[in-house]
Write a protein that binds this ligand. Sequence first.
Ligand SMILES: Cc1cc2nc3c(=O)[nH]c(=O)nc-3n(C[C@H](O)[C@H](O)[C@H](O)COP(=O)(O)OP(=O)(O)OC[C@H]3O[C@@H](n4cnc5c(N)ncnc54)[C@H](O)[C@@H]3O)c2cc1C
Length: 437
Amino acid sequence: MAGLKICIVGSGPAGMYTAGAIVKKNPDCVIDILDKLATPYGLVRAGVAPDHQTTKAVTRAYDKVMGNANVRFVGNIGLGTDIPLDRLRAFYDVVVIATGTPKDRSLGIPGEEKEGVFGAQVFVYWYNAHPEFRDAVPNLDIDTAVVIGNGNVALDVARILMRTENEMVTSDLAEHAASEIFKSPLKRVHVVGRRAPENAQFSSKELGEFAELTSATTYTDKSVLPDGFTSDDKKEEKVVNTNLDLLRSFEHIRPGIEGRSIHLDFLASPVEILGDNAITGVRFERNKIVDGKAAGTGETYEIDCQLLVSCIGYEMGILEGLPVEKGIVKNDEGRVADGLYVVGWAKRGPSGTIGTNRIDSQNVVERMMADFEGGGDPAKKGPADLDAWCAEKGIHAVSFDDWKRIDAAEIARGGEKSPRRKFVRTRDMLSIVKEKG
Ligand SMILES: Cc1cc2nc3c(=O)[nH]c(=O)nc-3n(C[C@H](O)[C@H](O)[C@H](O)COP(=O)(O)OP(=O)(O)OC[C@H]3O[C@@H](n4cnc5c(N)ncnc54)[C@H](O)[C@@H]3O)c2cc1C
């Protein structure tokens, strides 16, 4: 596959590991990494919690890939909005879709359209300064929030809502979100999962952080905690038992709790969102586990709340020219069609950690190499074709050097304690580029 012209759409972990694997095995391939945003690295910037800065250090490895002579970052150009897929396929020998799964999965219950109801993507993007969600500002003049889901994203959302300004000084929480969150009179957050505590997908590190919150106490119903958990999968057994120990260390739920609190509730599914225009509560059905699955008991209860964030997963939206099935791009081990591949969450769905994408991307690159043993099409000009397209359409593409200027300006704005103060408007980022360019 010597000298192929390759376009990777999406600069998140999957796109970056794909580029890294190609560079390592075929350094003379030319790679353009497109992103609809002016900022690279996908959910590492826009998803990973702002108080989890060490996780974001993975970007140093991605910087090295971007610094390769045959790799370009071409930010601020969206597939489907600025350029259609058929053009990219005409310009490059290979197009790799690495867009992640940019759409929240719906709960599928009545009332989801009400004011105050958000998907995790919207809510997380809002507090992480994603430009498309700057104005999705929820009203946080509320006393109770409900977070649906039993994974790390649900824990992130609950924790960020309850952290104090002091606890967030070393974070890069978006400024507009910080001002809403810190002035909010929020007293209670319920994190509700449909399955049992031993089925929750929390990692122990994230669950353990609830014991350290300075202004909120965590409660759970200890009567539903099993004495222990056994599994043939010893790794899983260890994680679940650590989580159960952590849950036992929290306070037991009781009536009349005063003060700021987080409630970790299990075995309940939302069945209806209540209220007229805006949410005033959620009706839940209690569940029991039957053959390892959550089944409704018919018994219902309600939680009064003014905010609901649903953290139940993501899916691919519609992109012209891409076959989407069951929320992912339809593929055969990463291959979609001749010269068209998919990696990361767009390929597998929204599960796994940043590192999971590495081996997966490497496998798809192996497959690509086998498909292109004979080389590419010399008529395809790759980067030159894309540049001509951008010039014709008046698209201001952001290069890696441009991003480094934006990055430096954000870091400078961060002051002494915060790692950065993010720009949220693309126009503000572009003005930094023009100013110093
Ligand atoms: C809220 C949240 C928190 C997380 N926290 C952690 C954590 O702490 N640790 C951990 O290991 N994992 C974490 N993960 C998981 C991790 O982020 C994912 O495994 C990983 O980001 C998936 O990589 P990806 O490249 O497939 O998708 P993404 O990271 O979503 O990257 C997709 C990229 O494609 C771009 N894009 C999308 N559509 C287009 C388009 N039409 N045109 C051009 N570009 C486009 C996007 O702007 C983005 O840059 C978290 C996930 C979420 C949702």
